[in-house]
Design a protein around this ligand. Sequence first.
Ligand code: PNS
Length: 179
Amino acid sequence: MSRRRAPICESKGTGENMPRIAIYPGSFDPVTNGHLDIVERGLKIFDKIIVAILHNPCKKALFSIQERKEMLADCLKQFPNVEIDTFDGLLVDYAAKRQAQGILRGLRALSDFDYEFQMALMNRRMNREIQTVFLMTGLRWIFTSSSIIKEAAQFGGDINGMVPPMVGRKLKEKFRHRP
Ligand code: PNS
C-alpha cells in the first residue's frame, strides 16, 4: 500500500497569518556566543523563537536549569520575540504543543553533521509537520562549544569573547568553588 504524503502546502499551522515559530532546543550549559549568533540569524526568518532548554536529569550539567534559564534570559533580553522555556520528553511533542513549525539548529564544523542529520530525520519520522532548519554559525564561532569552553574555564584558560561577559563571570565563580 502506498503511503500518501501531505504536500507541504497542506500542512497545518502554515497559514499566511500564523506567526512563524521555531523552537531552538539545546542544553545551553552554558549559552555561548555561537548560540546567540544562531538566535539572531533565526530571527531573520522566524517571527518568534522559543529557546528551549532540555531538562534531562540523566545528563550531568554544570549549571542548574534555573541558572541556564537566567543566563539566556539576560543575554537575549533585547529581543521581545524570544522566549526562554524548558522541556522534557520528545522535542517534536514539545514543538507541537507550542505550535511551532520549525526546529532551529546551528551547524558548525562538519563533525556536527552526522548527529544533527540523524536527529532531524528521526524528528521528521515522528512528526512530518515540523521542519528542522539548520543555520550555519558565523565563522568566528565555528569551534565554539559549551563543552570546550567549560573545559578551558575549569583550568583557568582564556574564554574571553567566546561567551557573553556575564557567562564568563559565572563560569569563573563555578570553578572557584570546585576542588
Ligand atoms: O545542545 P544539545 O545537547 O546538542 O541538544 C540536544 C537536544 C536537546 C536538541 C536533543 O537531545 C533533544 O532534542 N532531546 C530531546 C529528546 C528528543 O526528542 N530526541 C530527538 C529524537 S530521538
